[in-house]
Ligand binder design. Structure first.
Ligand code: PBG
Length: 319
């Protein structure tokens, strides 16, 4: 069977920041920008002309505060302005916590909400004394609030990516009780503790200030565990399950597709994207041909949708 990629197969990830008239370059992430909401709308308008149909929003506020409403206002305005555009929002804390971890930590005196407990003369280096243990209930509470606020703004999908246990279940329940039964969930189900996320962390300012994410992201050497995580997310109510990264994890994409009868998303992450861009700049390969090969491979493995920073280019190329 011949695999053909279509515009409809793609989701473009956008980084949304506070302020006005901003389109900021990002280190080691050529062609990707942080947009303020006004400039975001212009960029989406451009991409819509080429048939981009789905976007995934990441909030990157100027001030690290979990109550930041940049994404909320972006969703509202996008929904006002564009019809039939599927809007998904990332639901995580890593761009909002000062330590860059995806959840609130046990004994955390660095994130919003714990400010009262913060000693007066706290220095950056005392991050080292924080125990790297995620406080599950505080994290779930924060994630749930964010997810409901995105749904209220009109998001079609929320995508919890903090890897907190039971995050899909808790968010599904909260969406239902708040009257958002139609808001769907894309679970970051098999999200590996990967080395491919470098440029994204520059974009979101979310690199962990200490430790790493291996206590809550998955071990890439253990496929059985990834399978269990996918099964759990489906049981908890995920409408789409995601495998991330994509290229080095085609076997996991295939497994997700074959074992479970649900839509599978693959996240072609920032490091994978930057490889292609820098290689093309060096004359190692033709960017367009390389992107088509990669996207075809991801789809061939079993992905129903592909989240990719190449998505706007692919839409143009297919026009
Ligand atoms: C974390 C998150 C990450 C990405 C999206 N959300 C990775 C991380 O920092 O652990 C990576 C996406 C990419 O590299 O494109 N919530």
């Amino acid at each position: 069977m011949q695999i053909n990629i279509k515009k409809d197969d793609f989701i473009y990830p956008y980084f949304v920041t506070s302020g006005k008239n901003k389109k900021e370059r990002i280190k080691n992430f050529p062609g990707v920008y942080r947009f303020s909401v006004d400039r975001l709308l212009k960029d989406i308008e451009e991409a819509r002309k080429f048939g981009l149909g789905k976007v995934l929003l990441f909030g990157v506020p100027d001030k690290k505060d979990i109550r930041d409403d940049t994404v909320i206002s972006a969703v509202r305005k996008i929904k006002d302005e564009f019809e039939n555009l599927v809007v998904m929002t990332d639901v995580c804390l890593c761009a909002y916590t000062s330590h860059g971890h995806c959840g609130i930590l046990v004994n955390d005196c660095h994130s919003e909400g714990a400010a009262k407990r913060r000693p007066k003369n706290l220095k950056e280096r005392s991050f080292a004394s924080l125990r790297m243990t995620v406080d599950d209930s505080a994290t779930l509470e924060a994630l749930t609030k964010i997810a409901v606020s995105h749904a209220r703004a009109g998001a079609d999908f929320v995508a919890p990516s903090a890897m907190a246990k039971k995050q899909v279940f808790v968010i599904r329940k909260a969406l239902d009780t708040h009257g958002f039964k139609d808001t769907k969930i894309m679970g970051y189900s098999a999200k590996f503790a990967s080395n491919f996320y470098g440029p994204f962390r520059n974009a979101a300012g979310s690199a962990p200030k200490f430790g790493d994410r291996s206590s809550y992201q998955l071990n890439f050497a253990d496929v059985k565990n990834a399978e269990r995580e996918i099964a759990d997310d489906i049981k908890e109510g995920a409408d789409i399950v995601m495998v991330k990264p994509a290229l080095a994890y085609l076997d996991v994409i295939r497994l997700a597709k074959e074992k479970f009868n649900v839509p599978v998303a693959a996240y072609n992450v920032s490091g994978e994207y930057s490889f292609v861009k820098y290689g093309a700049k060096q004359g190692l390969w033709d960017e367009k041909k390389m992107v088509f090969e990669i996207m075809t491979a991801i789809k061939r493995a079993g992905a129903d949708v592909i989240i990719s920073y190449h998505a706007k280019d692919v839409a143009k190329w297919l026009s």
